[in-house]
Design a protein around this ligand. Structure first.
Ligand code: F6R
Length: 257
């Protein structure tokens, strides 16, 4: 795992944007794995800026991690809508190469279709991940099998409460989602996880330095050969080896320049 601690959330976000942009520049036919949530909104703003400055996405295929069960694509809080609003409506990824699980289909069928599409177009070259307060990646909640594929997962109360802020007052967030499984995520060639703010610090420490356990699904990333964890100071504050990660990054960046 490469752990990069940036001075500010903006710098951490810019680093992720630069990594995605480099992937697309080097391979215009790249397959990107995309995430949603509050952390990703500025990432998409950065990518839209890069697009306006000349970065083309016309050859890219994208796969989103998850979608709420029971929300049709037009629902404002569906991840289909989120992706259109924050990214797809502003760049040129062809509509027939943007894949999200179907939220208003039979969940088992939707999951099987999504895995089949991944087989057909994958593997994902670069998978973008956020991190839940409970260590979830995608919507793989604590207790998720580390060998899981795309399937329906019940969301914990903590996740539903955290996501209630995106729904209208009085609207009840869905109780489950279809999510790429942990084994599905692990098939990506490279993974970048972005976590920002002190509220994520405990989960970050468990992912990076804790034991590998289904209790903290993100800890499975320790088994992946190419993972970068990009953090701001707040999210890094509980890491025991933080000084070591800083030194390693300094060495790597000196070598690169
Ligand atoms: C969303 C997703 C989730 C979020 C996580 C963090 O597609 O996969 O794992 O990345 O819940 O969400 P925010 O960024 O809103 O804290």
């Amino acid at each position: 795992m490469r752990v990069c601690v940036c001075a500010t959330p903006e710098q951490a976000t810019a680093r992720v944007v630069a990594r995605i942009a480099r992937t697309v520049r080097e391979n215009p036919r790249a397959v990107l794995g995309l995430a949603t949530g509050g952390t990703m909104e500025p990432v998409y703003r950065g990518l839209i800026e890069a697009h306006r400055a000349g970065l083309g996405f016309a050859g890219v295929t994208s796969f989103n991690l998850d979608e709420y069960v029971g929300l049709d694509p037009a629902h404002p809080q569906s991840y289909h809508s989120y992706m259109r609003r924050h990214f797809f409506d502003h760049v040129d990824i062809p509509a027939d190469r943007r894949f999200l699980p179907c939220g208003d289909c039979d969940p088992a069928e939707a999951a099987a279709i999504f895995e089949a599409r991944l087989e057909q177009h994958g593997p994902v070259d670069l998978q973008l991940l956020g991190l839940g307060h409970n260590g979830h990646i995608g919507f793989n909640e604590p207790g998720s099998s580390l060998g899981s594929l795309t399937r329906e997962k019940t969301l914990t109360r903590r996740t539903r409460d955290a996501n209630a802020r995106f729904f209208r007052p009085g609207e009840v967030p869905p109780q489950s989602a279809i999510t790429m499984g942990i084994a599905t995520i692990m098939r990506a060639r490279s993974i970048v996880l972005l976590a920002l703010g002190a509220a994520k610090a405990e989960a970050v420490a468990e992912v990076v330095e804790g034991p590998v356990t289904a209790f903290c699904p993100g800890s499975a990333l320790q088994y992946h050969r190419d993972v970068s964890v990009i953090l701001d100071e707040g999210a890094a504050k509980d890491l025991r080896l933080v000084e070591h990660y800083r030194e390693a990054e300094l060495l790597m960046s000196r070598r690169a320049s």
